[in-house]
Design a protein around this ligand. Structure first.
Ligand code: ADP
Ligand code: MG
Length: 230
């Protein structure tokens, strides 16, 4: 399968980190929604791919050596034109050269900018004793500041996953707080199940980090993804 192919390729290159692009291909294979994405290696390709996607877009560094992109100035959001996409390309390349001079740079990803909404994170870590353990939480300051997360060890039922979601302090935000529309809890559940099943099927996957996922009234969109092999 396509998933197997991506993993074998990384293995051959002795890479543990899959790129965001590869990680999102795997998500797409599982039926988890991600923004349309392309890789561009030159300014010309950036111009061409940006206009073929349509604006606004987001651009990020594409490198097998960089796991955290925005810390080092390698993510630009809200790009509204071809000119801006070229400026973003130069900025990302300069930031990468300055901050991570040893990293292999393979270009940039050019992706559709998803509508912002409530952010959640879903993660998986393979525990040496307990096996796949899934983490769920609200994104942004909720996870960084308040550590508002819940964990479950696989296997779990759909009801377990429902409880896991309700357990976090920020749950009212998803449930529809003060007359706000409620968000798509079933779509969140589906991602949690799919991630756990992926971990069970593909033993080489050590860690999965979907941070953030935007949650809408209908559906979700995983705008960042990172998969680590063992
Ligand atoms: P990092 O590697 O630093 O985690 P991300 O890929 O998560 O970088 O990008 C940083 C932020 O940019 C995200 O938290 C999200 O708010 C925003 N972002 C990234 N990609 C998209 C996208 N395709 N659409 C909309 N917002 C995005
Ligand atoms: Mg991220």
């Amino acid at each position: 399968t396509k998933i197997r192919f991506i993993i074998e390729q990384a293995r051959e290159e002795k890479r543990e980190l899959l790129t965001e692009y590869e990680s999102k291909l795997i998500l797409s294979e599982l039926g988890i929604n991600t923004p349309p994405i392309m890789i561009a290696k030159t300014r010309e390709e950036v111009a061409e791919k940006a206009s073929s996607l349509g604006f606004p877009i987001v651009m990020k560094i594409h490198s097998p050596d960089i796991a955290h992109k925005s810390d080092i100035g390698c993510v630009v959001v809200g790009i509204g034109s071809v000119e801006e996409s070229i400026e973003a390309y130069d900025k990302i390349m300069n930031s990468a050269a300055k901050n991570v001079p040893m990293a292999r740079i393979q270009g940039v990803s050019v992706q559709t900018m998803a509508d912002k909404d409530i952010e959640i994170i879903i993660g998986m870590k393979r525990d040496p004793v307990f096996g796949p353990t899934v983490l769920f939480g609200l994104g942004g300051i909720f996870v960084e500041l308040i550590k508002d997360i819940s964990l479950r060890v696989y296997p779990f039922t759909d009801q377990d996953v429902g409880t896991m979601i309700k357990e976090i302090k920020g749950y009212p935000l998803l449930r529809g707080y003060r007359g706000q529309q409620k968000r798509d809890i079933d779509a969140i559940k589906a991602v949690i199940h799919k991630i756990a099943e992926l971990a069970v099927q593909v033993n080489e996957i050590q860690e999965i980090d979907l941070n953030p996922i935007f949650v809408y009234e209908k559906g979700i969109c995983a705008v960042d993804a990172r998969i680590l092999l063992d």
